[in-house]
Write a protein that binds this ligand. Structure first.
Ligand code: NAD
Ligand code: 6OD
Length: 472
């Protein structure tokens, strides 16, 4: 028998089991890869770009038509506030398909007229071809948003995909198959396999000889393991990994806007966004005022049931992840932090006590060399430290092995440009955070990733270019 080991899908808001999921073994992963390979030789492989793009728009339509189903599934899997998923996760899934459907239609080709030594010429042009079968491995924090961020451009470029969503959040990738079918995406183009990473479905997929490329979002350490797994096959990889992102707050910032923006940057999705700011550097003149203002925001957060409209703080994803974050809360005290607020587990006196809620937490007073300042925690937590000059702020923000995102808060735009350009990261926001234009490059430096996705960067990763040279 194959693929019969089952694992529980748990609702993080109350610890209840919402589904039993079949773990795909090597045989099922083989079947999925072979189905994808076969689909490339069928109708999908023969479709022109215009028709492919039209079908991807239909996928977006089908997601929108099932908005409530996707919403409920995402909320049940993650425990995130329904209001957040309705504003961010589900609309972004549809937008991902629309943006890449349009991008592939608009994409031009490189073309050069070349002078030859004998005085005549040649014409060079590059044609875009699919990579083949793309393995897509995704995390649990924004499951549908992050999976579709990769599925949409991969399909736009004519590939077939095998997706392995996180074992914590299997629901929406499964539901997406219905939208694919309704949109006329042929059988075998979109495949989903469930299971774990090492020694399980994820590893079977990365090691599969018939998978042509791997695109992965998750922890930096997992990225390193996947790199080893694909090395023998010399496969292209795109990695969007962890972060230990800094925010720099100047005394000349719009104070209220900055506090509002950074409350989001620290606590949105219970701090489980790779772009979250876990290190905030504040110009000394407004340090005390800023710490007090962010504390007020943290203490007003409402850790309610996900379906309550006023809830803006959900649980962490799992008991195991809460234990990891609580480990950092304990470590921060040992490392000498001053606890401004939080640091523990809230008590509700109802079913939420069986869920994985945790208090939003702010620290000050840690040395820059401590583990809590250096390591990604991935919870609703930040450390705030003062600085005295622009150069010092830049040096502090860049003193990390990660390099995903940064934010700079100032009303002096000249300073905003200057500091933003010195950040050693893939994206720097000035007076905003997580404001996305899907055509722009997205990715990280150092431990935060390899490559860029977004707009043409995605199209370039998910396709091979074949340069044709014609002597004229
Ligand atoms: P994770 O690395 O533990 O798991 C991600 C996925 O990889 C899961 O599907 C998992 O089953 C699979 N996996 C694990 N080990 C594997 C292996 N050896 N081979 C193949 N697959 C394997 O990450 P997570 O805990 O799900 O997500 C949180 C992490 O993701 C954080 O570090 C966060 O910063 C990062 N993240 C980064 C971005 C980004 O865009 N840079 C976005 C979201 C999350
Ligand atoms: O907005 C995106 O495209 C993106 N990849 C966001 C990543 C968020 C990390 O948790």
């Amino acid at each position: 028998m194959r693929g019969v080991r089952e694992f529980a899908d748990v609702n993080p808001a109350d610890g209840s089991v919402i589904a039993e999921v079949s773990e795909a073994d090597q045989g099922l992963v083989d079947d999925a890869v072979q189905a994808a390979r076969k689909a490339l030789l069928g109708e999908w492989g023969r479709l022109g770009v215009r028709e492919r793009a039209a079908r991807l728009h239909k996928v977006a339509d089908a997601i929108e038509a099932r908005f409530d189903c996707f919403l409920k599934a995402e909320v049940a899997d993650t425990g995130k506030p329904m209001a957040l998923a309705a504003k961010l996760d589900v609309p972004r899934a549809a937008a991902n398909f629309r943006v890449f459907a349009d991008a592939v239609k608009m994409a031009g080709i490189e073309c050069f007229q070349t002078e030859t030594p004998d005085g005549s010429s040649a014409l060079n042009y590059a044609v875009r071809k699919p990579l083949g079968v793309v393995g897509i491995i995704t995390p649990w924090n924004l499951p549908l948003l992050l999976a579709t961020w990769k599925i949409a451009p991969a399909l736009a470029c004519g590939n077939a995909v095998v997706v392995k969503p996180s074992e914590e959040t299997p629901a929406t990738a499964t539901l997406l198959a219905e939208a694919m079918q309704e949109a006329g995406i042929p059988d075998g183009v979109y495949n989903v396999v469930h299971g774990f990473g090492p020694g399980s479905t994820g590893e079977f997929l990365t090691q599969h000889p018939d998978v042509n490329a791997i695109t992965f979002t998750g922890e930096s350490r997992t990225g390193a393991a996947i790199m080893k797994a694909v090395a023998a096959g010399v496969k292209p990889v795109s990695f969007e990994l962890g972060g230990k992102n800094a925010a720099i707050v100047f005394a000349d910032c719009d104070f209220e806007e900055t506090v509002r923006g950074l409350a989001d940057a620290v606590f949105l999705n219970t701090g489980q966004v790779c772009l979250c700011a876990e290190r905030i550097y504040v110009e000394r003149g407004i340090f005390e005022r800023f710490v007090e203002a962010l504390k007020q925001k943290a203490e007003k957060m409402h850790a309610g049931w996900p379906t309550e409209p006023e809830t803006n703080l959900g649980p962490l994803i799992s008991a195991q992840h809460r234990e990891k974050v609580m480990g950092y809360y304990r470590l921060a005290r040992e490392e000498g932090a001053t606890v401004i607020t939080g640091g523990g587990i809230p008590e509700f006196g109802d079913g939420r006590d069986r869920g994985f809620y945790i208090q939003p937490t702010i620290y000050t007073g840690l040395a820059e060399s401590t583990r809590c300042v250096k390591e990604e925690i991935f919870g609703p937590v930040c450390h705030i430290a003062p600085f005295d000059s622009d150069d010092e702020a830049v040096a502090l923000a860049n003193d990390t092995k990660y390099g995903l995102a940064a934010s700079v808060w100032t009303t002096n735009l000249k300073r905003g440009h200057a500091v933003a350009q010195q950040m050693n990261v893939g994206i720097t926001w000035v007076n905003c955070w997580f404001l996305r234009d899907l055509r722009t490059p997205f990715g990280g430096v150092g431990l935060s990733g390899i490559g860029r996705e977004g707009g043409m960067h995605s199209l370039n990763f998910y396709s091979e270019l074949n340069n044709v040279c014609i002597r004229l």
